[in-house]
Design a protein around this ligand. Structure first.
Ligand SMILES: [Zn+2]
Length: 258
């Protein structure tokens, strides 16, 4: 069984002591490629170190995460842009988006930074990995405004919304929903929300080191946990895990050009 973890932060401090073992376990559990979305200007160096140590296995995205957008956004965005131009390792833009949950002081700045980075992706024909929390209406507004005029594709990462929200997001052609450990949580509404979502429009992700699936909740997440998410998604769709693995892996390869 071949899987792609479409969202993992293996360059995070949490993996500093045992990354080789983490990667070995990922390979042993069938994960054949891992997409690493950047966080901000401070994480590009470890991101590129990990991507080059595991070239052909770990694929980096470059971008400025909305939770790192503050008063100094212009400088940080320009540093990230500089990193983008200084390396040919990147395969897409991420993670980018809107997050009004942790702090919504800088909404206007977040909107500006998000749109700018969508332009970066469109200019290059690259995919985007989109983060959104408590910002659904603004997300859809920006996407509607931009997707009409530029060729965009990518993943709405960590989807945990309703069936209506899923339908709205899937109205953006070329986009998939990223499904992670939230699907395994007791209180999740995802089985209901995914009822009308074709398997061709979802990809699997861990969001490691965060959001460990049941039965590992509260512990550090890693790419080797991806099969637990696969099993849950298979139950939701009532299909054999092999079929869900094959389809979601194919989706991930198309969207990220792997
Ligand atoms: Zn992330």
């Amino acid at each position: 069984m071949q899987l792609v973890d479409t969202h993992a932060h293996l360059f995070a401090d949490e993996f500093r002591d045992d990354l080789p073992e983490v990667v070995t376990r990922a390979k042993e559990s069938g994960v054949e490629q891992i997409v690493l979305p950047n966080i901000d200007d401070g994480t590009v160096e470890p991101l590129l170190q990990v991507s080059s140590a595991y070239a052909g296995y770990c694929f980096p995205l470059i971008g400025l995460h909305p939770t790192s957008v503050g008063r100094d956004y212009a400088q940080r965005l320009s540093r990230v842009r500089h990193c983008l131009e200084a390396s040919d390792a990147f395969i897409g833009i991420g993670e980018i988006g809107l997050d009004y949950y942790w702090d919504d002081t800088f909404r206007q700045e977040q909107l500006l930074v998000f749109k700018e980075q969508l332009h970066w992706a469109a200019e290059r024909g690259w995919p985007v990995s989109v983060h959104s929390r408590n910002a659904f209406d603004d997300l859809c507004k920006v996407m509607a405004a931009c997707s009409g005029s530029m060729p965009l594709r990518g993943v709405f990462h960590s989807f945990s919304g309703t069936a209506e929200e899923a339908a709205r997001l899937l109205s953006f052609e070329g986009f998939c929903l990223g499904i992670n450990g939230i699907a395994t949580f007791k209180k999740t509404a995802l089985p209901e929300a995914l009822r009308e979502v074709p398997l061709a429009r979802i990809v699997l992700e861990t969001d490691a080191p965060y959001l460990s699936p049941v039965p590992f909740r509260g512990r550090r997440n890693e790419s080797a946990c991806l099969p637990h998410i696969l099993i849950k998604v298979s139950e939701i769709y009532g299909l054999p895990p092999e079929e869900v693995a094959a389809q979601t892996t194919a989706n991930a390869k198309v969207v990220f050009g792997l």
